[in-house]
Design a protein around this ligand. Structure first.
Ligand code: PRT
Ligand code: ZN
Length: 213
């Protein structure tokens, strides 16, 4: 039997269409994949597994999948959260779904220098990445974890500032927030389990080569 790889993709969200488009453009059909959790691409030795994006780094780390496509922001967050206990690494950046994890502050609030963040509350869905940033910059801000709608936290007095994903900046503007500093520049990345064999790497190399065309 010829070797096949398992590749985790986001089931429904911002990465889903972008990934489908790259696959379809390269003659790898995914149309039937909609209703299935697992879909075997007939034209290539690749089985797709459709899951929540947050689960992708761990599914790859624990070897359930050999590869995954996920935002660098989600990959880094899981890596910081799991610290040593994490066996996934970046295979290649994909140049799609570009965004950044940034700190944003209310327009009427004077927070200019990084040191102004000291003693402030930062609401975020990315606590491990923010904690790592605060440690690197030797800041003692407090982290307030929220699973969504982070941009309304200052209005609700849950926090002073936020750390969230920004793309066009329209959401910040709508909520009277301004970007202050970038924690991470992100894009979708292909990640792999650290223990994959040479055959699996060859399949991923061929996939990446086809993407480059
Ligand atoms: O359901 P599941 O857990 O799988 O999906 P999700 O809702 O967690 O993720 P999803 O589909 O929203 O995003 C998937 C990935 O797309 C993210 O992890 C990022 O890597 C990438 N990405 C690119 C973005 C954005 N652009 C983006 N703009 N992720 C989120 N946003 C949100 C952001 O959170 C904020 O609410 O869009 C808003 C800001 O956008 P602008 O354009 O107004 O600045
Ligand atoms: Zn998610």
């Amino acid at each position: 039997m010829t070797k096949r790889i398992k590749l985790a993709l986001q089931k429904k969200g911002r990465l889903t269409d972008a990934c489908r488009q790259i696959f379809e453009k390269n003659g790898l059909s995914c149309k039937e994949a909609n209703r299935q959790l697992v879909y075997s691409i007939p034209e290539a030795p690749i089985d797709l597994l459709f899951v929540r994006d947050d689960d992708i780094p761990m599914l790859v780390s624990n070897g359930v999948c050999d590869f995954g496509i996920v935002g660098l922001n989600v990959f880094q967050e899981t890596k910081y959260e799991k610290q040593g206990d994490f066996d996934a690494e970046i295979f290649a950046p994909l140049g799609i779904a570009k965004c950044r994890l940034a700190i944003a502050v209310p327009e009427n609030k004077k927070v200019d220098a990084l040191s102004d963040l000291n003693n402030l509350k930062i609401a975020t869905t990315y606590p491990a990445s923010v904690r790592n940033f605060l440690q690197e910059k030797e800041l003692n801000s407090q982290i307030v974890y929220l699973s969504g709608s982070v941009e309304i936290a200052p209005q609700l007095q849950l926090s002073d500032v936020i750390a969230d994903i920004v793309s066009s900046g329209a959401t910040l503007k709508e909520n009277n927030l301004k970007e202050m500093t970038t924690i991470l520049d992100s894009e979708a990345v292909l990640i792999n389990n650290k223990n994959i064999d040479g055959d699996a790497k060859d399949i991923a190399d061929r996939l990446m080569a086809s993407f480059a065309n």
